[in-house]
Design a binder for this molecule. Sequence first.
Ligand code: LP5
Ligand code: MN
Length: 246
Amino acid sequence: MTRSHSLFISDLHLCESRPHINQLFFAFLTQTAIHADALYILGDLFEYWLGDDTLDQHLNQQVALSLRQLVDGGVSVYFMHGNRDFLIAQQFALSSGAQLLSDPTLIDLYGTPTLLMHGDTLCTDDVKYLAFRDQVRDPQWQQQFLAQTIATRIAIAQQARDLSESAKQEKSVEIMDVNDTAVAQVLRTQHYPRLIHGHTHRPDVHTHIVDGHECQRWVLTDWYQQGGYLRCDADACVAKRITSQP
Ligand code: LP5
Ligand code: MN
């Protein structure tokens, strides 16, 4: 079997209440991802992650096991945090076999420098979100959060979800999209790579001209209604949709 291609996914938001999407994901792993060199998960694999001590919960265990089977099948699996699952840590990595990536990470993708991000940090007009992000990415805050019982953490996460949903009602769609200047800045800093990210749930490919360099920005699809992934080889990237089991 020739591999020579890699797959990119994000924003699956896996949770017990969407079993159809969970099944779509497991089928994607065994039928599609198994043929790739690598699978890159660019954040928000889970609807939320309350700490690696929840790895024994049914869905979490199933996901870790299915990723481990993919790794055992010869596929490298990489995981980058999203804004829902930023608490994924070493125990998850050990149990799933996924390698944790920092955000951003620059890779050489079959000869094309490619920058990987979750995408939330590009939404620089969303200052309230970025303040929230600073708070919950603080190691001391995380330590205190993880010291709470799981029941307390569920209650805090639910409260945060409710507050987030009402905050979003007051934000324009532009505020919640990437800021072009922020995109240009990151592309400039990283010497004009191709960019792949998720988070905004606005799948598309954009062209940014930065200092005369043409850079492609691929935005991954979410998996709320259906699945989807980006497939890249040495020639090109192609976005694919999965409407039923692939
Ligand atoms: O998630 P999504 O796509 O709907 O919206 C995001 C931004 N919101 C968030 C918040 C998360 O949804 C909250 C759930 C995280 C679960 C993690 C579990 C463990 C940690 C628990 C954390 C307390 O990321 C949203 C963006 C939007 O993307 C588009 O980019 O706009 O940002 C906000 O809505 C943030 C608000 O503007 C301000 C913050 C409200 C939350 C305050 C929580 C306080 C916690 C209370 C603790 C006692
Ligand atoms: Mn996100």
